[in-house]
Design a protein around this ligand. Structure first.
Ligand SMILES: Nc1ncnc2c1ncn2[C@@H]1O[C@H](COP(=O)(O)OP(=O)(O)OP(=O)(O)O)[C@@H](O)[C@H]1O
Ligand SMILES: [Mg+2]
Length: 320
């Protein structure tokens, strides 16, 4: 490491792109060998925290466009540092976003990771995620909404305010207090431009309608991200990932049984289908069923392999 710079090359997106990350304390001069961008050598050590956050994002199945977006933000911030070194103009970007997608498509998880990333990149001071919904923002009498909303914005300072089902703020039309909450947030976005990031999240169609009904809004949210429903293949990958994280695995027949169930559920095109959350619930239930089976079967301690294996009979798909 030279000049205190903490740098390293990491695999940012599997096989598709290799980037190097340069992190530096703001007041330190970058060593001249780091001035070239993109960097290709992997000889730069990277601050561990940053690498951990990126690998957390990278581990998530699919979400290529989200990974792409983070890459863009990272690249921009890095180039800003280089421009500063050359005495060139840098203008802070606006990072307010709209996340559109069905339940369980990873919106909250990605927002949480982004908060941590922004903190590490120096965009946000704290990087925490404050998740709120209509009931948290909207009050019952005139003036109440502004108080509630301002209080929450204060709590979100230095981090991300994530408004779930944001379209519900426009539910009651002009006279509804939801409108007051929107106005209050818009004002805070102007007054505290660089102090927090606002993410509005919700179902795609509702969010599009919501934005079209509030013509002043879309330009304030330059980043719009779609979270598509996962395919059966992706849901299987998510299931395997969740099992692996818990040190479990599917017996071959279990994987087959699980895949068939997913194909059936997806084919029903059920509106309330909760994507990765559905998978998490099934996995957790199967882990409970496996525990009951093992306790019933064994007088002594089961083998390590048995403790890890989810058998077909552990998979029950009735009530979730
Ligand atoms: N691409 C993915 N890879 C691995 N796990 C995922 C992925 N997407 C979501 N998950 C997991 O699925 C669960 C639900 O995700 P999350 O809460 O982020 O969804 P959401 O879009 O915010 O849902 P909702 O709209 O219902 O709030 C979490 O446990 C999360 O870690
Ligand atoms: Mg969520």
């Amino acid at each position: 490491m030279s000049g205190g710079a903490m740098t390293e090359s990491i695999d940012f997106r599997q096989n598709s792109r290799r980037i190097s990350v340069v992190l530096r304390n703001q007041d330190q001069e970058a060593p001249s060998k780091n001035r070239e961008f993109p960097l290709s050598s992997n000889s730069f050590p990277l601050e561990k925290e940053f690498a951990d956050i990126l690998s957390e994002l990278d581990r998530m199945v699919g979400l290529e466009h989200v990974k792409e977006l983070v890459y863009e933000i990272y690249a921009l911030l890095q180039v800003e540092q280089f421009r500063k070194l050359e005495g060139l103009l840098t203008k802070p970007q606006v990072y307010h976003m709209v996340f559109k997608g069905n339940p369980g498509t990873g919106k909250t998880t990605v927002a949480r990771i982004l908060g941590k990333l922004f903190k590490t990149m120096g965009v946000l001071k704290k990087g925490h995620l404050l998740e709120v919904e209509r009931a948290d923002l909207v009050g019952e009498y005139i003036g109440h909404t502004a108080i509630k909303t301002r209080d929450l914005i204060k709590k979100a300072m230095g981090g991300i305010m994530f408004v779930d089902e944001a379209y519900s703020l426009a539910r009651g039309g002009e006279k509804d207090f939801g409108k007051e909450a929107i106005d209050c947030m818009v004002k805070a976005m102007e007054d505290h431009r660089e102090d927090f990031v606002l993410i509005l999240a919700g179902y795609s169609e509702e969010m599009d309608y919501f934005l079209s009904m509030n013509p002043g809004l879309p330009s304030r949210f330059p980043i719009q991200v779609d979270f598509p429903d996962y395919t059966v293949e992706q849901l299987m990958q998510i299931a395997n990932l969740m099992l692996q994280e818990r040190e479990y695995l599917f017996a071959p027949l279990s994987a087959e049984k699980f895949r068939i169930q997913l194909a059936q559920v997806k084919a029903q095109e059920w509106e309330g289908f909760s994507n990765a959350r559905y998978i998490r619930n099934l996995i957790e239930k199967s882990i409970r069923y496996q525990a009951v089976r093992l306790v019933r079967q064994h007088m002594r301690s089961p083998s390590k392999q048995e403790l890890m294996t989810i058998r077909p009979e552990d998979l029950q798909f009735d009530k979730i």
